[in-house]
Design a protein around this ligand. Sequence first.
Ligand SMILES: NC(=O)c1ccc[n+]([C@@H]2O[C@H](COP(=O)([O-])OP(=O)(O)OC[C@H]3O[C@@H](n4cnc5c(N)ncnc54)[C@H](O)[C@@H]3O)[C@@H](O)[C@H]2O)c1
Length: 263
Amino acid sequence: MKDSENKVIIITGAGMGLGLATAKELASKGSKLVLVDYNEKSLTDAKAEITKEFPDVNIINVVADVSKEEAVKNYVDEAVKAFGRIDGLYNNAGIEGKQASITEYDVNIFKKVIDINLMGVYYGLRYVIPVMQKQKFGRIVNVASVGGIRGVLNQMPYVASKHAVSGMTKNAALEYGRDGILTNAIAPGAILTPMVAEAFKQVNPENPKAAETEYAQRNPTKRLGQPHDVAKLVAFLLSEDNGYVSGQTIAIDGGESNIYGNS
Ligand SMILES: NC(=O)c1ccc[n+]([C@@H]2O[C@H](COP(=O)([O-])OP(=O)(O)OC[C@H]3O[C@@H](n4cnc5c(N)ncnc54)[C@H](O)[C@@H]3O)[C@@H](O)[C@H]2O)c1
């Protein structure tokens, strides 16, 4: 892929799941990586895992909670200090919260989901964009969800936050396209990461595997997505091969969000 080599990419939520899969994909293409996560242990393990597979990769780890503005400012400063520029931001860290109906939802958990999924993405944009403006180049991928284009039962704060991610993506595309910055969002369906495995445990605590198999049957492809499916799309959107796609929320869900009624 054109020019992923030596590009400096920040990945939030890089300790596991979609963030880690994308970090590996970009490491395989010779990008320089800034891995961000609030879980220090998973960040350390992620760096070790990537370095084992790609010994020449240039990585720094920054422990940060993306819902804290100062911590976001710091990961941006650390990236610039280490590499002198930022070519790409994968604004990926997010949580699902608990599953509960609107009237029963714990308000503190609601606020936490908004703080991480909405404010965390906003702070990333706020502090990375000025660096990209100076360079007259940047690629940003924000992580929404199918819950950012559809409703999802019992997940109101998640759905609200992910619709907001899609909205912020449109605005960033409008406001900074003139600076060579292309901003898109992805809307993954069910991709088998630790976060989704946890959701299946909530659906069927006795037999999460059965919940997973049943869920996959609804998908046109009859399978769940895998993290590497997402990593390939993100790597493209973060590369210079993407010259003109901006402001989009791209579903990556095997076509499932197109279903209306029984299929
Ligand atoms: N897996 C899916 O099917 C799916 C579907 C749609 C959207 N998403 C979105 O993709 C993103 C990644 O999901 P995943 O499935 O890889 O989740 P995951 O739970 O497997 O990994 C998320 C990572 O983000 C980190 N993280 C969480 N909150 C953080 C914070 N405040 N600051 C810094 N790091 C934080 C966690 O420590 C973890 O390493 C999330 O935004 C999620 O909403 C995932």
